[in-house]
Write a protein of this length. Structure first.
Length: 366
């Protein structure tokens, strides 16, 4: 009798740049739940910057089931990227790394252009030169629309208003160019603002919720902000990484707008965050002109009907729920009791995404 061995299936392999960031950490978590082997590129530094991954990282020396691997790399080096791609042999590449703070891009325009723009062509060229068949996802941005009137969709003209937006626009077009010219399966996800408790502390939403927790804890008295009237389409980051993955599972590559279809001002975010805990933000918020941009983007609102049609994707977490998730998480991280409404939203969100991991990922953020 022939002894038939069970077939072994090699897991899909993903490579993520920017894996230590908000989106990268959620995407890694999501892909691991799908059975992927996940590889991430991180910068070499004298201090660890992996706190968002600590709850899913396993030391390969401990003999555990390891499916998350981190590689030191430099998105400024074409040779380094090509070597990692050769070594990892990914099925999918998600390029999320960037200098992503819009206001800072005015202070560091050349650095932003290199890291946010040219890094994309370095990866695409590495894919071409190595002969990789990996599917490629480029993290494009709603900031590319700039002053174009809302709502913005895939046919809206781009009117970038910052070095960051201009760099993202270069990355967007070079991604299309490699798709059309070399047949690379390459997608642009034009994501509108997406937030979470893992958002960087200098971004306005997290700056607000973290300051609120510090004010309630007696650690901070004043919160300084810039333009309170700027309107953004704010969604929940874990939903957006699901959309990234779905884009690379389709038969044909596409460039799609991802957003909620709602727009709210910074002032409204303050109203919801402080109102949730019964506080008046006017007592604590001051305007600092240094936070204004030389050229402002006043109104971004997604028309994501195409994503709903092509991907069957639409947001489940609404604006008020997003604010409460972030406030609850920052309150608990500060050792305070939270109202808990945001926690309940996360607990009902999905099996791969847990509330406890929100707090774990923030413990070293102070």
């Amino acid at each position: 009798m022939t002894n038939l061995q069970p077939a072994t299936h090699k897991p899909a392999v993903a490579l993520i740049t920017g894996i230590t960031g908000q989106d990268g950490s959620y995407l890694a978590e999501f892909l691991l739940s799908k059975g992927y082997e996940v590889h991430g590129i991180i910068r070499r530094a004298s201090t660890f910057n992996t706190r968002r991954l600590d709850h899913i990282y396993k030391d390969p020396h401990n003999g555990e089931d390891v499916r998350l691997y981190l590689h030191y790399g430099d998105i400024g080096s074409s040779g380094n990227l090509a070597e990692i791609i050769r070594q990892v042999q990914p099925d999918e590449i998600y390029h999320l790394a960037a200098q992503s703070h819009v206001r800072i891009s005015f202070d560091l325009p050349d650095y932003t252009g290199d890291v946010t723009g040219l890094s994309t062509v370095r990866i695409l060229e590495a894919i071409r030169r190595t002969g990789s068949q990996a599917r490629f996802y480029q993290a494009s941005s709603s900031e590319m629309f700039g002053t174009a009137p809302p709502p913005q969709n895939e046919k809206t003209s781009f009117q970038p208003q910052s070095p960051y937006a201009a760099a993202k626009l270069y990355a967007y077009w070079i991604t299309r160019n490699y798709r059309q010219g070399y047949g690379v399966f390459a997608c642009n996800g034009i994501l509108f603002n997406h937030e979470s408790p893992r958002r960087g502390e200098t971004f306005v939403t997290r700056k607000i919720t973290r300051a609120l927790a510090n004010i309630l804890a007696g650690k901070q008295k004043v919160l300084y902000l810039g333009n309170l009237d700027a309107k953004r389409d704010w969604g929940y980051a874990p939903e957006y990484v699901e959309a990234m993955w779905i884009m690379l599972q389709k038969d044909e590559p596409a460039d799609l707008v991802i957003g909620t279809g709602e727009a709210h001002s910074v002032r409204e975010f303050l109203d919801e965050a402080f109102g949730y805990v019964g506080r008046d933000w006017h007592e604590s918020v001051r305007i600092d002109p240094r936070y204004y941009r030389p050229t402002e983007v006043n109104y971004l609102q997604a028309d994501a009907r195409q994503a709903k049609k092509v991907l069957n994707w639409q947001p489940r977490v609404q604006f008020v729920e997003l604010v409460r998730i972030m406030v609850d998480a920052d309150l608990e991280s500060a050792g305070l009791e939270s109202p808990g409404e945001g926690r309940r939203v996360v607990q009902a969100f999905s099996s791969w995404h847990r509330w406890a991991d929100q707090i774990v990922s923030m413990e070293r953020s102070s």
